[in-house]
Design a protein around this ligand. Structure first.
Ligand code: HPA
Ligand code: ZN
Length: 335
């Protein structure tokens, strides 16, 4: 199996924070355009600061970096740069997260963020023929009340969003804190996902299932510590959007050589590979696939299963899903 086979393999991105695709070069360009001061002298200086010891040390830098995003055009440019990049990685469908509270708390109106991102999404659809869904994530270190306020701001946009998510500092902010706002989002017809078991315990994965009624789990690594939970996730074909380079960068897994992705597949889990915050963790989705395949010596069949799982785990309708699976099968047959 060549790297080229992996790169061109049709795949879906299901776990990507658009703010985490802000490359240092664009950060500098936007800082200059918006006259925002950033505490770095050069692009190299920024990259040198990207050495993390856990989730929080990353989040502190990630939220600081987002301060350069001010106008609709900034959010559009950010999104376009991301889609242009992953069009080269075989991505034919993307369901991406954005964190409205990161921006509204700095005085940027929700509508500015949403207008800009949707402008970028429309451009990507036209340019790359990609399908794209946008998922609004609540910041779990903030209150339930703040999440409800954000949900109210999103009201005019709800028919254009595909789902809600839950991210930021996991420890001490269990899914139970957001049960009511997730119930409201579900009632509004949105799909539901939550980061769980990235740093937090398997118990948080149970809560995401039982209290938030999620359709998808983001990360989910620590579910492996609970055999009954693993059996349940496998039985229910619950998708786990796993992010190997993120796991190593945030030290949730010591090395890529020890990453449990193939163990997850062997246990019957519907695991997939994604990029999380590619500008910060050293690679986009193609890089995650290629490096993990090499480090774990994945078979061609395992890599194809991961790509198939990305479509199965998406929020696409049955007919579009069948089309993507047929394209994937045709690619595998021809290559
Ligand atoms: N975990 C939690 N919150 C996040 C992440 C992550 O990996 N990336 C951006 N927000
Ligand atoms: Zn994430």
């Amino acid at each position: 199996m060549t790297n080229d086979f992996i790169t061109r393999l049709p795949k879906a991105e299901l776990h990507l924070h658009i703010e985490g695709s802000l490359e240092p070069e664009l950060m500098f360009a936007l800082a200059a355009r918006n006259k925002v001061a950033i505490p770095f002298a050069s692009v190299e200086d920024v990259r040198a600061a990207y050495s993390f010891t856990n989730l929080q040390t990353f989040l502190d830098i990630y939220y600081a970096g987002a301060a350069v995003l001010k106008t609709e055009e900034d959010f559009r440019d950010l999104a376009v740069a991301y889609f242009d990049r992953v069009a080269q990685d075989g991505v034919v469908h993307a369901e991406i997260f954005f964190d409205p509270q990161t921006h509204t708390h700095r005085g940027i109106p929700f509508d500015v963020v949403a207008n800009g991102l949707f402008a970028g999404i429309e451009e990507a659809k036209a340019k790359h023929g990609m399908s794209v869904g946008l998922i609004m994530s609540f910041l779990r270190h903030l209150s339930e009340e703040d999440a409800f306020e954000t949900f109210a701001q999103a009201e005019p946009w709800l028919d254009r969003l595909i789902g809600v998510g839950l991210d930021s500092s996991e420890m001490g902010n269990p899914p139970s804190k957001f049960a009511r706002v997730f119930a409201a989002a579900g009632d509004a017809g949105l799909m539901l996902c939550a980061h769980a078991g990235e740093e937090g315990p398997a118990e948080y994965v149970h809560e995401a299932l039982d209290l938030l009624h999620v359709d998808r789990i983001d990360h989910g690594n620590r579910a492996l510590e609970d055999p009954a939970l693993v059996a349940r996730l496998a039985r229910d074909a619950m998708t786990l959007t796993v992010c190997p380079l993120s796991n190593v960068a945030l030290r949730n897994v010591d090395t890529l050589e020890n990453h449990p992705i193939d163990r997850m597949l062997d246990l019957g889990l519907r695991a997939t590979i994604h990029s999380d915050d590619p500008a910060y963790f050293g690679g986009y989705i193609g890089e995650n696939y290629r490096q993990t395949a090499a480090a774990r010596n994945l078979s061609r069949e395992q890599v194809v299963t991961l790509a198939r799982n990305s479509f199965l785990g998406s929020f696409l309708d049955d007919e579009t899903l069948a089309g993507h699976l047929a394209t994937l099968d045709a690619y595998v047959k021809a290559n």
